[in-house]
Design a protein around this ligand. Structure first.
Ligand code: SAM
Ligand code: SF4
Ligand code: SF4
Length: 371
């Protein structure tokens, strides 16, 4: 049998061991990283699998039937995820977003949501639990997700034209089913629903206005995301990035917009409201307008590795501590030490990075770490 060669894009082996510092770092909620940024937002990937093959995220040529996804035993259990999340909450995290891969493919995800909703923020508030999904299973699952305690969902949808969307998800999945998922989420009370559209110049830029028109006045907040150079498999090129500012201009010409205040510090989306008061859109310009200076997000991979930046080349492996009898205080100290050293600001430095660290470097895949 011929051996399968995994292209040099599999980042999962690139993890660094995590040690507990000699001096304890208690979770006070006041943790700051090397650039003074607090820790407020935790994104947890619950699976590295997906039923779509969006070409900007999981191109079929790499993520084919032989791709070595993680075995179930490598994934953190729900109890382990909840324990780690509770330590993050003690450090000041106020919001948890579940992602993937496709998070709704993780069996019994409702049980994890129930466990996470029991967490409290440092000031005693219920933890805000949200989820990002491709929407394919949402019609079926929206009610159970709501009953489990999920607050809101973000649904990814890259166009309204069926042919464009089917080509982008590359599994021939129809728009109508995602739209039914969005309706089901709204009916279940998982609103306000946000819809994420990744804009690729030359691929779906003609969908910007139809999408804006469709969701205007519906209560759904449509957000346009610049196509990013995450991972190392999508063949990213700067000329396929349509700057967020251009998206705003194009919409503004047809549907006048006014700029709104950011919703919260560290909020990634620039907010624009329709001048006639019929709702708002968001623009996430991670490539052309870096927002690293306010970045308060940590990412936990499905196998328990902590990533301090979406563009990190290495994760920090918490699983040996979690499974090796470390106390919550040890975990808090280990996470605290990592956050204190964090100086990542990839998007701000992208253009000036040396070739081995810049665009095309061996970075973690979006499908592994989530958005
Ligand atoms: N499967 C779920 C989904 O698609 O919503 C959750 C995981 S997906 C990795 C999270 C978000 O990342 C999605 O909104 C997706 O569109 C976005 N994304 C993936 N690759 C991207 C890229 N290269 N540039 C910008 N956004 C990307
Ligand atoms: Fe799957 Fe989401 Fe990546 Fe598309 S963006 S391939 S739906 S994980
Ligand atoms: Fe945060 Fe890294 Fe993105 Fe900058 S590049 S906003 S530090 S995740």
């Amino acid at each position: 049998m011929s051996e399968r060669v995994i292209p040099l894009v599999d980042q999962r082996s690139s993890s660094l061991p995590v040690t507990v510092p000699a001096q304890a770092i208690p979770a006070t909620g006041l943790l700051g990283d090397a650039l003074g940024r607090p820790l407020r937002d935790l994104r947890i990937s619950v699976t590295d699998r997906c039923n779509f093959r969006c070409n900007y995220c999981m191109p079929k040529s790499i993520f084919d039937k032989d791709y070595p996804y993680l075995p179930h035993s490598a994934l953190l259990s729900f109890e382990e995820i909840t324990r780690v999340a509770q330590v993050f909450a003690a450090h000041g995290v106020q919001k948890i977003r579940l992602t993937g891969g496709e998070p709704l493919l993780r069996k019994n995800i409702e049980i994890l949501i129930e466990q996470l909703t029991a967490l409290r923020t440092r000031d005693g508030q219920p933890m805000e639990i949200t989820l990002t999904t491709n929407g394919s299973l949402l019609e079926r699952k929206a009610r159970d997700l709501k009953s489990a305690g999920l607050r809101r969902v973000t649904v990814s949808l890259d166009g309204l034209d069926d042919a464009v969307f089917r080509a982008m998800n590359d599994v021939d999945f129809p728009v109508a089913d995602v739209l039914r998922g969005i309706d089901a989420a709204r009916e279940a009370g998982l609103g306000p629903v946000k819809v994420n559209m990744v804009v690729k110049r030359g691929t779906n830029e003609d969908q910007i206005l139809p999408m804006a028109r469709f969701f205007k006045g519906s209560g759904v907040v449509l957000r346009f995301i610049e196509y990013m150079d995450v991972g190392a498999t999508n063949g990213w090129r700067m000329d396929e990035v349509l700057p967020g500012s251009e998206v705003v201009q194009r919409i503004h010409q047809a549907l006048p917009l006014v700029q709104l205040e950011p919703a919260a510090p560290g909020e990634t989306a620039e907010r624009w409201g329709y001048a006639d008061g019929s709702g708002e859109i968001g623009v996430i310009s991670s490539v052309t307008q870096a927002f690293c200076r306010d970045c308060n997000r940590a990412r936990l991979s499905t196998e328990g590795r902590l990533y301090l930046c979406l563009f990190a080349t290495h994760g920090h492996d918490l699983k040996p501590l979690v499974r090796g009898g470390a106390s919550d205080e040890d975990l808090a100290s280990a996470i605290g030490a990592l956050w204190q050293r964090r100086d990542d600001r990839y998007s701000e430095l992208r253009a000036s990075m040396p070739p081995d660290r810049g665009v095309g470097a061996r970075r973690i895949e979006m499908s592994y770490i989530g958005g």
